[in-house]
Write a protein that binds this ligand. Sequence first.
Ligand code: C2E
Ligand code: CA
Ligand code: CA
Length: 585
Amino acid sequence: MIRNEKKNRIHDEEPFAGQELSLEELRLLIDNMISPFSYYRMIYDEEGRTVDYEFLAVNRAFEIETGKTREEIVGKRALSLFPETEKYWIECFGRVGKTGISEQISNYSAAFDKWYKLLAFSPKPEHVAVTVSDISNFIKEQRTLQMTAEELRAQQQENYRLAHEEPISGLPNRASLYEAMAERMAHKPERKGFMLAIFTPDNLAEILATYGSVLSDEIMRAIAQRLKELVNPPDMFFSMTGTDLVLLYSSKCDTVEARRTLALVNEAIRTPIKVEEGVFYITASCGVACYPKDSVDRDDLIMKANLALFQAKELGEPIGFYDEEIGLELLHRTRIRNELPKALEREEFELFFQPQISSATDRILGFEALLRWHSAALGDVSPLEFISVAEESRQILPIGAWVMRNAIETLCQLNERCGTEFCMAVNVSGVQLRVDDFVDQVLGLLSETGLKPSLLEIEVTESVLINRTLHAIEKLNALHKHGVRIALDDFGTGYSSLGLLKDLKVSTLKIDKVFIQDPSAAVLTKMIARLGHTLGAEIVAEGVETEEQLKFVRRAGCDRVQGFYRGLPMPLTALERFIALKEGR
Ligand code: C2E
Ligand code: CA
Ligand code: CA
């Protein structure tokens, strides 16, 4: 409520400016005022306290405002007419009537549910005139404005938070990291070095898959909270994606203290996390790149820390520092990625064939087709390097189709020319098995070339069959039903070998070379061979390099032998010579 005071009684002030007005004119003027106007005689008790007031006159606006006619009003007392009249008003008018000092107040009237601004003045003692204006709209506007200002401020704060905070971990986000890095990099490199360490939990994906994102987010938040308390500014944790934790550490990389801090962080992450669902054990890997040693460019530095992280994961080490060699490896991979798409049309691929020999008769049973890439730009590239790139880019689809056709056609020619029934093993990637018409493609090729299905053996590794939702097993079983042989490659190195054998119709188990070449694995090799035979599968020993190994795999019960000792992978011309020599054909 606002109060203004001013003395304004007849004879106290300057007379009304302008010409003399008749009483009638004055009455007309007052009656046509937009604002409600009323005139009272104040009523005091013996002790001089204001108790009420009596209406002497009101104008038309007052009638409209109150909804009562002047006949109903004039001569009546305020409290009898409007029992909810504010006590505050009565007291104020009483004061004005007594002192002659006019007052201006703004306050709320419960009787009319409105905000009013009143000007009360006293033309003669104990008489008060009041003009009223309804300021409800103005007050409402003020309030809205005030509220909007508050909301705006809150919104701005929230926007800032959203723009600078990663929502899952609650840590400062990528934008904040960039700002912090820029600030540090603004210093001369020679003076200020810093370390960028990226941590990622190793087994969060597993928790996400088993328990869902609510829990995995909660765990991430709990870890972030822990880490926050571990370092002091200017060292700080950030998170770029919600599943990574980035430490910006103001120290040179190679200090004992830096390494100790990294180990401490790893340990903090490893400490079991208790949530409602139970206790969870998280491990993390860490990749580190140093400024300015590894790079003076922000994105490059982050990339290098990620590379170091990737490398650490591959090696199963908790912490990896960036080094130049990892960079070169990546460069090579990038080159492969760039050159690979041109390889098919430039006819840079060739199939090599490695013989598989019967361990009982020592005769050739068939071959495994092995892909070779003679790249014009990179020289010969090993399939171990380019197959995974081709899988990532899905180029393995046209490449794999080329391999399949080439292998089948070559086998048909060989068998026709030699009058034999050699068998051809072809490696198939998991990516190829995901294509809907894979089965039709293979069957189509068989009917087109007239090759007996039983002379084709498709080699898959256990790892491609792990994710059973891919229907890969169904596809392989469908081919098996048509007589195509299915070989499980690198057997024993994958994950769930035994569970897989329950569902997949395998014709052949290929025991991986690590078993064949390790004398201490002899018992295992024998067991795998026995298991395979129980399932009705043939056993191929891979990587047989010596006479000794050959004798051993024979004893262990392996049916076929494949390895450098009996035959290297070779191009078709060499293979034809090999067959002629060995089989006398
Ligand atoms: P893999 O299917 O296990 O093929 C056997 C690998 O062992 C071949 O390597 C072969 O050259 C090598 N090898 C054969 N005998 C011996 C031996 O006595 N000692 C040793 N140490 N190694 C031996 P390669 O040709 O470099 O192929 C590597 C891998 O690339 C293959 O492993 C296979 O997984 C993949 N690959 C090759 N060709 C194809 C293809 O056409 N399609 C697909 N998807 N993958 C292929
Ligand atoms: Ca193979
Ligand atoms: Ca193999």
